[in-house]
Design a protein around this ligand. Structure first.
Ligand code: PLP
Length: 278
């Protein structure tokens, strides 16, 4: 695959921020985002929202970072270093969601810096990563600020109460999600077990764009959603149009799935390390 343009050594690369949770197992969350940023040649900035106690078997618990510290991280880097795109991951609570929306607006980032919102609700093991009141905060606070939202099918069901089982219901879900205010909605089809492929559907309120990739059969797909959103944000920072950024992100996460490795006793992570060659 073709990667993103790389900045020569000694010159400042584009900066992309992840606003997300830490995964102590290093497979998902901020750790996955920073790996993708680094291996795509962008400088990663971080606003930690929560620290999870996690390994390959699941999430044992998490600690939320105080709201002023979350807002402070965004303000500190935006006012000094500057950023060309951002993505969100685990945001844990409606209060954290509202804090991020406020900070995003207060720093003048709304409408100027592309924002990818991956509405993380639970881990692949079903452990909750979002308080139930956070769903409404996504709908009302963060989606209207988003350039793109990237829910998986479980998140689609929670957000708009649509069970995606085929192409027709996937289109219906894309319309319902777009109506919540993001510029673009991507309904990820990776969990559509009826399909041998992983069909994603993108919608901007007018046109639909379909992205297909052969499903990579692996038991190790921890962090796939984070990695996709981080790659899309990196491409947006480079000025890619949203459909081109999504196509790029899909190719990237497919390669990361092919390179996924076992870790611990449970689910291993997708791996951006393939980019280093062998
Ligand atoms: N832990 C953190 C901190 C995350 O941000 C995420 C996903 O965004 C997960 C766990 C869940 O990842 P997965 O669904 O791949 O297990």
């Amino acid at each position: 695959m073709t990667f993103l343009p790389v900045t020569p050594p000694g010159q400042t690369p584009l900066r992309v921020m992840t606003i997300a949770g830490s995964d102590s197992g290093g497979g998902a969350g901020i750790q996955a985002d920073l790996r993708t940023f680094a291996l795509l040649g962008v400088h990663g900035l971080v606003a930690v929202t929560a620290v999870t106690v996690q390994n390959s078997m699941g999430v044992k618990g998490f600690h939320e970072i105080p709201l002023d510290v979350i807002a402070g991280q965004i303000e500190a880097v935006a006012s000094d270093i500057g950023l060309q795109a951002a993505k969100t991951g685990m945001l844990a609570s409606s209060e954290i969601l509202a804090t991020i929306a406020d900070a995003w607006r207060n720093q003048g980032l709304a409408g100027t810096v592309p924002l990818v919102v991956d509405p993380v609700c639970a881990s692949m093991h079903g452990d909750p990563l979002l308080h139930p009141t956070g769903l409404d905060a996504y709908r009302t606070e963060l989606f209207p600020l988003a350039t793109l939202i990237t829910p998986n099918l479980d998140e689609v069901r929670l957000l708009v109460d649509i069970e995606v089982v085929d192409s027709h219901s996937q289109h219906e879900a894309a319309r319902a999600l777009h109506a919540l205010g993001p510029q673009w909605a991507l309904v990820k089809g990776g969990h559509l077990r009826s399909s041998p492929n992983s069909p994603d559907l993108l919608f901007d309120g007018t046109e639909f764009y379909a992205f297909d990739a052969t499903r990579v059969e692996t038991g190790h797909d921890h962090g796939a959603g984070d990695t996709l959103a981080a790659a899309i944000a990196s491409a947006l920072a480079h000025g890619y149009r949203v459909p081109d950024a999504v196509a790029f992100g899909k190719r990237w996460v497919t390669e990361c799935l092919r390179a996924a490795y076992p870790l611990g006793h449970g689910h291993g992570p997708v791996s951006a390390l393939f980019r280093l060659g062998s």
